[in-house]
Design a protein around this ligand. Structure first.
Ligand code: FES
Length: 126
């Protein structure tokens, strides 16, 4: 069996939502101390708490890039409350699975999104 699903390879080769949002109102970064991979998520959230745009920069492995790409697709256009519920398992399932020893890569996406939303909420409360 191939190590990675076709969906993983597609998102790795043609990642969606790569880049920076200059006027982002929520930014989150998460890293993994073991492998050294880093993921940064930019959110543009409107007054109705809808994620209008999302972009990412990931310095990481195949699974980390595919997870960032898939996770950003899954929260784009969604309410903040829904994005907060996104689990790494849901991202991995949408990717048609990740190898067991690569599940931690999808955790980066979940955590980076949560941090970006926390950043948005703390800016809003200022
Ligand atoms: Fe580090 Fe995948 S090996 S995020």
């Amino acid at each position: 069996m191939a190590l990675y699903s076709d969906v993983v390879m597609d998102h790795f080769r043609n990642p969606r939502n790569v880049g920076v949002i200059e006027d982002a109102n929520g930014i989150g970064e998460e890293g993994n101390a073991v492998c050294g991979d880093i993921m940064k998520i930019y959110l543009k959230i409107n007054d109705d708490e809808i994620i209008e745009d999302v972009k990412f920069e990931t310095f990481g492995c195949t699974s980390a890039i595919a997870s960032s790409s898939m996770a950003t697709e899954m929260i784009k256009g969604k309410p903040v409350s829904e994005a907060l519920e996104l689990s790494n398992k849901a991202v991995a399932e949408a990717l048609q699975g990740l190898p067991e020893n690569k599940m931690h890569c999808s955790v980066l996406a979940e955590e980076a999104i949560k941090k970006a939303i926390e950043d948005y909420q703390s800016r809003k409360n200022k």
